[in-house]
Design a protein around this ligand. Structure first.
Ligand code: NDP
Ligand code: 2IT
Length: 446
């Protein structure tokens, strides 16, 4: 690594102490961008990297709310507006007790590159709260969402910043927040994506991240003349992304054999299909936060406190959360004959884990490329809202599929052009970066 990039990483660490997830995301991207700086000195003299690691704006606010027994609670709300060079800030909201500024900055940073890869005009942002949805009633979630939006509304807008879902935020939460935004702003607009179908949402948005990740993996497999047909697939998580992925893998003839939660993982050798996939929606709606429910219902083995990466599978789709697949898990997957790892979650693999996949020369795609289907379909929802014209399911799905194919070829193209053929990490970072960097140069010192 050049001393320039090393110094920049050291600066980021010194200026943002303790933000380990943010450091990790920056380090991974800057390592790839090294290859670009050699060819393009203008990015260095324009201080593009220094600008990109500094969010344009961060809002942190108090979220007071009352539970069903009348007790008061105070949570912290955030919105990180990272980069608006190519469009309004765009990115999800996460409600989970583990949420910190570091996590949201890492997610917002990743989102800038991901959104650029989609080829749609969206900048990058992320937000959320340390609110814990576990065990909360609908009315508690509603009161929380209304309070959260009562502050957030003044910082967002359909041409300013367009939030969506992420962990702990799905259709129900988007509905509550949309209703409150509408009251406060006195306008019905496309300010959030992931809306209900009757009030501006897009068909396929719920499935989009999972579908997109599987479309991406399908393209990866094609480079080795392989397909999903007959493949065994390990999936982690049991939320929105894992659900969409399980649906599409099954449709393509693959067999999903695992799901996981914070409590452990289930191994269903017969394949998670049909009503078993629908049961994932029930597990999530139950707000119990455990995957053991699946093992109890379908009488399959449950491994408490374990991750699914020790299971024999040809394809692995990590769809739960960041850093859920480490070096040892990666070794285990490679040892068991895994051919392809395609990330549905954001940064699920640690940096040493990624190195194991790359050394073993198996197919590996980073989330910012392979999970871009969710935000792509959010972008398509914004287009439909602007036109005030919803598209049929087939049209959205076909556009999503094409976007994923284009991202796949953009990654391979840039990886090759910058001297690391087949390296999806470099390809995604470079392809995502170039568009944003050029837009920043065009727009002057902002
Ligand atoms: P959901 O809330 O629907 O599901 C998240 C899943 O991950 C749940 O099974 C959840 O369990 C589990 N999980 C969360 N935190 C932990 C943890 N610390 N340890 C183990 N398991 C955990 O979220 P999504 O499916 O929407 O998100 C999953 C991943 O995909 C995230 O990385 C997200 O950033 C990413 N993503 C989501 C997109 C979207 O459109 N929804 C788009 C692109 C990426 P629990 O919550 O019960 O702890
Ligand atoms: O990480 C992500 O890309 C998302 N959570 C989806 C963001 C969006 O705006 O749809």
């Amino acid at each position: 690594m050049s001393s320039y990039v090393q110094n920049l990483i050291a600066d980021v660490k010194a200026k943002n102490p303790g933000e380990k997830e943010f450091h990790q995301a920056v380090e991974e991207v800057l390592e790839s961008l090294e290859l670009v700086l050699q060819k393009h000195p203008e990015y260095r003299s324009g201080k593009i990297l220094e600008r990109m690691v500094e969010p344009e704006r961060i809002v942190i606010f108090r979220v007071p709310w009352m539970d069903d027994r009348g007790e008061f609670h105070i949570n912290r709300g955030f919105r990180v507006q990272m980069n608006s060079a190519i469009g309004p800030y765009k990115g999800g909201l996460r409600f989970h007790p583990s949420v910190t500024l570091s996590i949201l900055k890492f997610l917002a940073f990743e989102q800038v590159f991901k959104n650029s890869l989609t080829s749609l005009p969206m900048g990058g942002g992320k937000g959320g709260s340390d609110f814990d949805p576990k065990g909360k009633s609908d009315t508690e979630v509603m009161r929380f969402c209304q309070s959260f939006m009562t502050e957030l509304y003044r910082h967002i807008g359909p041409d300013t910043d367009v939030p969506a879902g992420d962990i702990g935020v799905g259709g129900r939460e988007i509905g509550f927040m949309f209703g409150q935004y509408k009251r406060l702003s006195r306008e019905f607009s496309g300010v959030l994506t992931g809306k209900g179908l009757n009030w501006g949402g897009s068909l396929i948005r719920p499935e989009a991240t999972g579908f997109g990740a599987v479309y991406f993996a399908e393209e990866m497999l094609k480079t080795k003349k392989l397909s999903f047909d007959g493949k065994t697939v390990a999936v982690s998580g049991f939320g929105n992304v894992a659900w969409g992925a399980a649906l599409k893998v099954t449709e393509l003839g693959g067999k999903v054999v695992t799901l996981s939660g914070p409590d452990g993982f289930v191994h269903d050798k017969d394949g998670i299909k049909g009503e078993k996939i629908n049961f994932m929606l029930e597990m999530r709606a139950s707000a119990r936060d455990e995957v053991k429910m699946y093992a109890d219902k379908f009488k399959v083995p449950f491994y408490a406190g374990k991750r699914p990466w020790s299971v024999k599978a040809e394809v692995a789709l990590p769809c739960a959360t960041q850093n859920e697949l480490d070096e040892n898990d990666a070794k285990e997957l490679v040892k068991n004959g895994c051919l392809c790892v395609c990330e549905g979650a954001n940064m699920p693999t640690t940096i040493p884990g990624v190195k194991i996949f790359q050394e073993a020369k198996i197919l590996y795609a980073p989330g910012k490329a392979s999970n871009a289907g969710g935000v792509s379909t959010s972008g398509l929802e914004m287009s439909q809202n602007s036109m005030r014209l919803p598209w049929p399911k087939e049209e959205v799905d076909q556009r999503l599929h094409q976007i994923m194919k284009n991202i796949h070829s953009a990654c391979l193209d840039k990886a090759e052009k910058y001297g690391t053929p087949g390296n999806y990490v470099n390809g995604a970072n470079i392809a995502g970066f170039l568009k944003v960097a050029d837009a920043m140069l065009d727009q002057g010192l902002v």
